[in-house]
Design a protein around this ligand. Structure first.
Ligand SMILES: [Fe+2]
Ligand SMILES: [Fe+2]
Length: 152
């Protein structure tokens, strides 16, 4: 398995997790009280695996190389595109954490809205982000320079 295939496999794990995030949001919309402990575990998963492990590898190795190798296209696609989305994901998680703190302190409909909007917003952001990496960014990296590295 090459490095891009490993990243794509990790995307599958993240997509399965995002399904669970959306289900937890749907449960609240259908009347269940938010399980804040569960949502905090989701934040841990994002920070440790999706962001820390997976995005960490993308940023440190593949994206870093793309920005250096691909000039203006690399800067536009990676620095102004994918990296901005990684940051937006971090913002969703910190706002989700604030909404959970607020709900734990004093349950309110407004805090529920904060939980749903940030958790579902994150899921939708990451689904589109992953689709873009799988179908465009990784393919472009393979076509422009990865293949020649693997052949050597
Ligand atoms: Fe990414
Ligand atoms: Fe990714």
């Amino acid at each position: 398995m090459n490095s891009v295939e490993i990243l794509v496999k990790e995307h599958d794990n993240i997509l399965a997790f995002l399904g669970a995030v959306k289900n937890a949001c749907l449960n609240i919309i259908e009347g269940q009280e938010p399980d804040t402990g569960d949502f905090r575990k989701m934040i841990d998963f994002v920070r440790n695996y999706a962001d820390g492990h997976h995005h960490g590898k993308e940023e440190k190795f593949l994206f870093d190389h793309m920005v250096k190798e691909l000039g203006k296209i690399g800067k536009n696609l990676i620095t102004h595109g994918m990296m901005v989305e990684h940051d937006l994901g971090r913002l969703y998680m910190s706002d989700l954490e604030k909404a959970l703190d607020s709900y734990d302190e004093k349950p309110s409909t407004e805090a529920k809205l904060g939980i749903i909007s940030n958790a579902a917003g994150y899921a939708s952001l990451l689904e589109r982000h992953i689709e873009k990496e799988n179908t465009l960014v990784f393919k472009y990296a393979e076509k422009t320079f990865l293949r020649s590295l693997w052949i050597k």
